[in-house]
Design a protein around this ligand. Structure first.
Ligand code: NDP
Ligand code: X2W
Length: 315
């Protein structure tokens, strides 16, 4: 029998991408809301409670509202917003976070899908802390470059309407240094200090790369670039959606430049190390609409339902 799946926010950027993934599957029966009723609380509540899995692809406030509408104990919610990522009673939807995370996702009916910048940051940094190479009280900084689909329908409309090319230059934002992903970054790496995090949005649809600079002299005594590489490799050796690239691979750069769009249309995270004997940076690259949003949501659903985790996804 097919699993009943509902997407609340089916006409948004993440919702549409989820539909692309789900429509192709024959183990899923999609419950669709009439477009004219897509903000009708009674109709949304009916479909939310009829679903085995309901995805919330909504702004934070609407996600909170939707979660409060669910009284069917068998409905599993997978929320794409920031509302519940560090909330009690919710499991963080990053299967690769640490050993045991898949079991938590399988057992919980409340799964908070990752933030796009946050998931890249966490996957780059957490293994280095777990291996004892990076002290948890290191004052980390991180930058991110992202495509404009990360800003949802309204930002996509702004770029589509940019006939004069005003938005052609990259734009840094969240310069109050309080980006909404900081709590999950700090919590799920186990950092003493929130990172100083500066994201930049560029004039391309999708693709994201977080860069985390490190001074080797401030890591565990004697740590070299190869130790960082080995820690990442060992941690992700059996992960189908994480690829750790050898530091000396010439394919990592194209004429000296990094391709932020190189993981697009996959559910993969690519990890790289660049630098020298004194300073290194770890770079994590993903498709913000794939592993950063809809792909991750499908992966979480697969893990929760106990079907092959890679079903419908491209590594
Ligand atoms: N885009 C991305 O890369 C990522 C997004 N996210 C998160 O996913 C969530 C969705 O983002 P995104 O798809 O980009 O946003 P969009 O703005 O593209 O889509 C949001 C959708 O929610 C609908 N909506 C708003 N309020 C309600 C309501 N009260 N009831 C029902 N539907 C409602 C909107 O309706 P309408 O069609 O009328 O506008 C719209 O279709 C957000 O919380 C976002 O932060 C997470 C990771 C990455
Ligand atoms: C370009 C842009 O604005 N990107 C969004 C990130 C999108 C995202 O990850 O949203 P969630 O936090 O809901 O996961 C931002 O940085 O706020």
């Amino acid at each position: 029998m097919a699993f009943k799946v509902y997407v609340d926010g089916q006409e948004g950027t993440t919702g549409l991408r989820l539909f692309d993934y789900l429509e192709r599957r024959d183990d899923i029966e999609l419950l669709r809301i009439d477009s004219a009723l897509r903000k009708d609380p009674a109709e949304r509540a009916r479909l939310l409670n009829a679903a085995d899995v309901a995805f919330l692809c909504l702004p934070d406030a609407a996600s909170r509202e939707a979660a409060a509408m669910v009284d069917n104990p068998d409905t599993c919610l997978i929320d794409a917003s920031t509302a519940f990522r560090v909330a009690d009673g919710w499991v963080y939807g990053l299967p690769e976070l640490a050993p045991g995370q898949r079991e938590k996702i399988r057992a919980s009916k409340r799964i908070a899908n990752v933030g796009c910048h946050a998931s890249a940051f966490i996957l780059a940094v957490r293994p280095l802390v777990d291996a004892g190479l990076l002290p948890a009280d290191y004052p980390l900084t991180a930058t991110s470059i992202t495509g404009y689909s990360g800003g949802g329908k309204s930002m996509i409309a702004d770029y589509d309407a940019d006939a004069d090319g005003v938005l052609r230059a990259p734009r840094s934002y969240a310069l109050g240094l309080e980006h909404k992903h900081l709590p999950e970054m700090q919590r799920y790496v186990g950092l003493g200090l929130a990172p100083v995090f500066v994201p930049t949005v560029g004039p391309f649809l999708k693709g994201l790369a977080v860069t985390v600079p490190l001074h080797l002299s401030h890591l565990k005594a004697g740590t070299g670039a190869d130790d960082l590489y080995q820690a990442l490799r060992e941690r992700y050796a059996d992960e189908p959606f994480v690829r750790v690239h050898a530091p000396d691979d010439p394919a990592n750069l194209d004429g000296g430049f990094f391709d932020v769009q190189g993981s697009n249309d996959t559910n993969r995270v690519d990890l790289f190390l660049f630098g020298n004997g004194e300073r290194q940076c770890v770079v994590a690259r993903l498709d913000n609409l794939g592993k950063g949003a809809a792909g991750a949501a499908v992966q979480n659903m697969n893990v929760h339902l106990g079907v092959d985790e890679a079903t419908g996804l491209t590594a």
